[in-house]
Design a protein around this ligand. Structure first.
Ligand SMILES: Nc1ncnc2c1ncn2[C@@H]1O[C@H](COP(=O)(O)OS(=O)(=O)O)[C@@H](OP(=O)(O)O)[C@H]1O
Ligand SMILES: [Mg+2]
Ligand SMILES: [Mg+2]
Ligand SMILES: [Mg+2]
Length: 354
């Protein structure tokens, strides 16, 4: 298998970081700060990014990382720094040989800050660059909804390895989506899934809590013989994706089931394993540029499970331009068979708005 070591390291790194995020998820104090764009960041986001970059740098020291967070806030804020350091020290895999593969514990506060700060790559079309979202769906994480720990390796601008940890999704790949999945989520018994995919090699899921990577099962998108029966997913936040446009598209397709709203790339993961069918993310603002770390891992997963992903105009997502998908607007993902039908209607709805 190609990229075997990359996949193994990414799975272990995301698994370890998820142990940290789960600790924060169940704690009352999440150390929430507001970033310059007014979006939230927590001790979970900082800790998970530090752990994952330390893992990557141990296994692949030459690789670059485009990570959502940086260490600026922690360098200024001693209390927050201490909280993150305690979390980072406590998060360990059960299996010591697995821990060794990702470099073991981070040795000092300075090393933690250096790791956290090593996600500043500008991205680009050449070489090996990892896209990292340590907590995708931070608002969901804070609200008690879905969130995901997302990591992808891009090779020459193409997402090639994708790993997503979803601590609050049911382990059962076939568990149907309903509206409760995105609200009142928890990570109790029967929850927690780790998804992985390598370009050309297919996609898998396995329980997040179990050490053995061998437990993985192949996943694939569900066949959709009649698009009117499809289930579609969308963001919880109306500011991230236009609920009105998504509903208009669904209605034109003859879909009668209401949308399943959930935060994070759990949407990509859910359609990749056939729990849902279609992901619609129609742009709200003309100026917002989607970030590569919000999509890279999910795109590999969906493509390898038999799906197609483009922007709302049917253009392929271009991950090779930098930290954002600035040449694209919105995202549409669906099984290959129904994709042409879906994108046609998406273009119609967008066309009317021009
Ligand atoms: N204006 C706007 N438009 C589109 N997308 C935006 C916008 N602002 C933020 N973001 C990014 O959305 C990421 C989470 O969105 P999701 O759709 O996955 O979840 S939800 O909107 O919270 O339901 C979220 O990821 P995290 O910051 O990792 O949580 C943001 O990167
Ligand atoms: Mg995100
Ligand atoms: Mg994030
Ligand atoms: Mg964020």
């Amino acid at each position: 298998m190609t990229y075997e070591k990359e996949l193994e390291v990414a799975l272990l790194a995301v698994q370890r970081a998820s142990i940290l995020t789960k600790t924060v998820y169940s704690s009352h104090s999440k150390g929430t700060l507001s970033k310059s764009d007014s979006s939230p960041v927590t001790i979970g986001d900082f800790g998970a990014q530090a752990l994952i970059i330390a893992s990557i740098k141990h296994a692949f020291p030459e690789d670059e990382v485009v990570g959502e967070e940086d260490a600026d806030d922690l360098r200024k804020n001693e209390d927050e720094r201490k909280l993150v350091w305690d979390l980072v020290q406590a998060a360990k895999l059960d299996d010591s040989s697995a821990e060794d593969k990702i470099g073991g514990p981070i040795k000092s506060v300075d090393d933690m800050l250096t790791a956290l700060d090593s996600g500043r790559s500008n991205g680009g079309r050449q070489g090996r660059i990892w896209a990292l979202d340590p907590i995708d769906g931070t608002k969901g994480f804070l609200r008690g909804g879905q969130y995901a720990v997302c990591l992808a390796l891009m090779v020459d601008g193409v997402p090639t390895v994708g790993v997503i940890g979803c601590p609050n999704l049911p382990i059962d790949d076939q568990a149907p989506l309903d509206s409760s999945i995105g609200a009142d989520a928890d990570d109790k018994e029967g929850k927690g899934v780790l998804f992985g995919a390598v370009k050309g090699e297919g996609a898998t899921s396995r329980p997040l809590s179990k050490g053995a990577l061998q437990q993985s099962k192949k996943i694939s998108m569900k066949a959709v013989p009649d698009v009117r029966q499809a289930t579609f997913c969308e963001s919880v936040e109306a500011g991230h994706s236009s609920h009105g446009d998504n509903a208009a598209i669904a209605s034109k397709l003859g879909i009668t089931k209401s949308s399943v709203r959930m935060d994070s790339q759990a949407k990509y993961a859910s359609i990749a394993r056939g729990a849902g069918d279609i992901y619609l993310r129609l742009p709200v603002s003309k100026s917002y540029e989607e970030k590569i770390w919000d999509h890279a891992a999910g795109v590999v997963l969906v493509q390898e499970a038999g799906g197609e992903v483009t922007d709302a105009w049917g253009k392929p997502l271009d991950f090779g331009i930098g930290r954002t998908l600035k040449e694209n607007k919105g995202v549409v993902a669906a099984p290959k068979d129904v994709f042409p039908q879906v994108i046609e209607v998406v273009k119609e709805v967008l066309g009317v708005k021009q």
